[in-house]
Ligand binder design. Structure first.
Ligand code: PFF
Length: 456
């Protein structure tokens, strides 16, 4: 008998269910598509030398990201609880131990840590929406745009205020619950973002530096590839797909029985990867056209895109829409980052959703000041990976998410029996066998190899 305890909840979850397969795909896409694609991917690719990094990132997305995402969804749907409880129940049910709950616990913590800085950068995008409306970017050159960025992030009060507003918005929507959340809005947000990225791409092509951007992004120079950048590519794959921390697992708990996990995962991975690649293709030509450097760091998008908008006809309009959409994309991602911890508090301490959200949100808001200050008052306070922001980013993307993904694939591939997983994936044919090889061997061995080599 495979489904006993967890099976009681099999039909529906305590937190409600997605209204349809489409609603689920939209929600997971909303969580995946965010600052990671447009803000983080280009700057991390730039810092790691371009081409070879991008190639490793794409390989990680397909061979590791895809099986981890499928594993997370199937575990979530089988357990139908918050990630901590789900891992505990399934661990026992599959004849292992309830200690697997630690995977859920560490994941919830990763979500809290990630949102603490994610919200700060989302605050920048909110502020850039206002700057766009004001027209400060119209006709501005690289120095002016750069000065705008430096003076903005240099003012901790402004950055702190924007972070506070963004956290307020996130708390508001998470407190209202799954079904009344934002997933419907994703329906127009993702296509609209795609369209705007194409507009930007058009401008980038017109600069005459497009070829240079493409060469930077796609010509692998393996000489320059270090284990550190391979780890950064792996971390970026996890970050951008929202996997390795239980967010997708928490969403999977609300997924109807009939939905194809493979199809949903493929749709999300495709949308997410396309937007990241488009962002890179739009941004790198601008970097070269304006004499900037790809390795500029977290300010890269804020120092390049306003330049393009400032030059194009209708720039104020496009720029405003772009930063609104980006803020929105960050908002739908923030929900995924809070969900595991919130669902755990609701179930474990028997609190209302609103109480749990406010508690988690306040904690994140507070921790976020570490990152607010990393760009101004405490910018010289460096240890290990750099500033407080750098350390939280490194710890979460490059350590916690890959380790979480490793344990999740080991759980789905080795602890859960064949029947349980083929039952959830709805097939035992070739597709299932392929997933199982990836989940049992390719993904765990790949993650371990990268982690071991990068820390040596
Ligand atoms: N995938 C999001 C992005 O690329 O912006 C970030 C993220 C959201 C990570 C939700 C993890 C998560 F649970």
């Amino acid at each position: 008998m495979l489904s006993n305890q967890a099976g009681d909840a099999r039909r529906s979850s305590l937190h409600g269910n997605w209204s349809s397969r489409m609603a689920f795909i939209l929600a997971v896409t909303g969580s995946a598509v965010g600052l990671g694609n447009i803000w983080k991917f280009p700057y991390v690719a730039g810092q790691n030398g371009g081409g070879a990094f991008v190639l490793v990132y794409l390989v990680c997305v397909v061979l590791i990201g895809m099986p981890v995402m499928m594993s997370e969804i199937l575990i979530g749907r089988r357990g139908r609880r918050n990630p901590v409880r789900t891992m505990e129940l399934l661990g026992r049910e599959e004849g292992s131990t309830g200690r697997w709950r630690l995977v859920g616990g560490v994941g919830g913590l990763a979500g809290i840590l990630i949102l603490s800085y994610y919200s700060v950068v989302a605050g920048w995008t909110l502020a850039y929406t206002l700057k766009s409306v004001s027209g400060v970017f119209s006709g501005a050159g690289p120095e002016q745009v750069g000065a705008q960025f430096d003076s903005f992030v240099g003012d901790w009060r402004l950055v702190g205020l924007a972070h506070t507003i963004f956290m307020g918005l996130s708390i508001f929507v998470v407190a209202r619950g799954v079904e009344r959340g934002l997933e419907q809005a994703v329906r127009f947000m993702v296509p609209a973002l795609l369209v705007l990225m194409l507009v930007l791409l058009g401008y980038s092509i017109s600069t005459g530096y497009f070829a240079q951007g493409v060469v930077f992004m796609f010509t692998p120079d393996f000489e320059r590839l270090t284990w550190g950048s391979v780890l950064a590519a792996l971390g970026q794959a996890f970050f951008t797909l929202s996997i390795g921390m239980g967010a997708v697992m928490a969403y999977g708990a609300y997924l109807p029985e009939e939905t194809s996990i493979t199809g949903a995962s493929a749709a999300v991975v495709t949308a997410d990867t396309s937007i990241a690649i488009l962002a890179g293709l739009a941004i790198f030509p601008l970097v070269f056209a304006n004499g900037l450097t790809p390795a500029d760091g977290p300010g890269l998008v804020f120092n390049t895109l306003p330049l393009a908008f400032g030059q194009m006809a209708g720039g104020v309009f496009f720029s405003t829409i772009f930063f609104v959409l980006l803020s929105f994309a960050a908002w739908t991602s923030a929900i995924g980052l809070m969900e595991p911890a919130v669902a755990w508090i609701v179930e474990h301490f028997d609190k209302t959703r609103a109480q749990a959200t406010v508690a988690v949100g306040l904690l994140i808001w507070f921790v976020g000041f570490g990152s607010v200050l990393s760009f101004n008052v405490l910018s010289d306070f460096e240890f290990l990976a750099g500033t407080i922001y750098d350390n939280i980013d490194y710890l979460t993307s490059n350590v916690m998410l890959p380790l979480g993904g490793l344990l999740i694939t080991i759980f789905a591939g080795w602890v859960m029996c064949r029947n349980s997983t083929s039952d959830e994936l709805g097939t035992s044919g070739n597709l299932f066998r392929f997933w199982r090889v990836l989940a049992r061997f390719v993904a765990p061995i790949g993650i371990l190899l990268v982690l071991i080599n990068a820390v040596r």
